[in-house]
Ligand binder design. Structure first.
Ligand code: FAD
Ligand code: MG
Length: 352
């Protein structure tokens, strides 16, 4: 009897505790909802944020992301001597080299944007980029190259109306490139990071993570939401590293890339000698634009288009954005002029 008397009040108490436990678990799951991982790849910091995944799911997805990025880097890098791009660039003119489909896709997309932008974007500036010292990171103590070297490159360029390379189908149905020499050395720095980001997001989705944000330098790709709330992103002020110039709240699939003259540059002759080169002059672009952000559906296009519009300048850049379906842009000129297309997701920050 005594046992019964003591036992009976405990039953509802246990039920209450169990209910409380379930409620707390439901409100505060033992796994974190937001996971963020940052690693170095492609010469820049790559951050992956996922929402709603368990620790194990996040780890698996993130590992997959970085292995895909490393794979792209292993053939697209201009710096790694074992990469295909390096081999192409260091082969004698006319060498026939078999290339994987991924490289064909990236170079073809690059050439498509080259056509669309009247040559402002060009995936074949490898020699020029190295000449200016931007091939291997920041040229802090960079020097302006000799005028004759730039002139020789421009002269070689003007000999061909096409891109100076030829595609050849191989017997097994693959593709090979017949290489066109120093004036057409590949540099995929303005496009391959974007391509890698598309593959990275695809990997996350395939691994069962539909809500994520991946940022690599100026490129970012977004999917889903943060538990129904939008991802909040900032766009850096081009002249003040600590300041955010604009911000956006985004839900769903979108890629955004920003090109600026403020990341890789050195000062010489009183001018900012930066890494975005104008293929028409062989020198850093002087279009007057200092920051260009492009939003579109794929990161490969956003990446290349932000570089293209940067070189084109305010007037032609706007025209290109307006001409293309599903492409939005935000442009900042050094004279203070700012423009964003009506569909651009984002707002200027007051006082920025
Ligand atoms: P964007 O505006 O997107 O691109 C500018 C870059 O594109 C320039 O740096 C140049 O490479 C090229 N470019 C310049 N002018 C033009 C033009 N008119 N048309 C087309 N392209 C142009 N950096 C390192 O320091 N170390 C590394 O090991 C390294 N590895 C890399 C590996 C890969 C696969 C890639 C894609 C890049 C790598 N980088 C490396 C480059 C680095 O991350 C660059 O800063 C980055 O690619 C430039 O991107 P962005 O978004 O800042 O500028
Ligand atoms: Mg870019």
């Amino acid at each position: 009897m005594m046992r019964d008397l003591h036992f009976k009040p405990i039953v509802p108490l246990l039920l209450l505790l169990a209910f409380l436990g379930f409620w707390l678990l439901w409100k505060n799951p033992s796994h974190q909802e937001l996971h963020a991982t940052t690693r170095l790849a492609m010469g820049t910091l790559v951050s992956v944020s996922t929402w709603g995944a368990t620790e194990a799911e996040d780890e698996n997805g993130v590992n997959w992301v970085f292995s895909r990025i490393k794979e792209v880097e292993s053939w697209a890098s201009k710096q790694i001597p074992s990469s295909l791009v390096y081999k192409i660039n260091h082969s004698p003119k006319g060498t026939l080299l078999e290339v994987p489909e991924e490289l064909v896709t990236v170079v073809h997309t690059g050439l498509e944007i080259r056509n669309l932008s009247g040559g402002a974007f060009d995936p074949g500036l490898g020699y020029l980029v190295d000449l200016w010292g931007f091939g291997n990171g920041v040229a802090e103590e960079g020097k302006i190259p000799e005028t004759q070297k730039i002139a020789a490159w421009l002269e070689e360029r003007n000999k061909h109306h096409d891109f100076g390379i030829q595609w050849v189908k191989t017997a097994n149905g693959g593709m090979a490139i017949q290489w066109g020499g120093f004036a057409y050395e590949l540099d995929l720095g303005g496009i391959a990071k974007g391509y890698a980001m598309d593959l990275a997001m695809e990997s996350l989705k395939l691994s069962g993570i539909p809500n994520a944000l991946i940022v690599a330098g100026g490129d970012m790709i977004i999917a889903g939401s943060k538990g129904g709330k939008p991802w909040r992103i900032g766009i850096q002020h081009p002249r003040d590293h600590n300041k955010v110039m604009a911000f956006a709240e985004i839900t769903g699939d979108m890629a955004m890339s920003t090109s600026g003259d403020y990341e890789r540059f050195f000062m010489a002759n009183g001018e900012r000698q930066h890494h975005i080169l104008d293929p028409k002059t062989g020198k850093p672009s002087r279009s007057g634009l200092i920051s260009v952000s492009i939003q579109t559906s794929t990161s490969i296009k956003a990446d290349a288009l932000s570089t293209a519009v940067f070189v084109l300048g305010m007037k032609e850049g706007k025209a290109l954005i307006e001409k293309l379906d599903g492409v939005e842009g935000m442009l900042v000129h050094e004279n203070g002029e700012r423009w964003k297309s009506p569909g651009f997701k984002g707002q200027w920050l007051e006082g920025s």
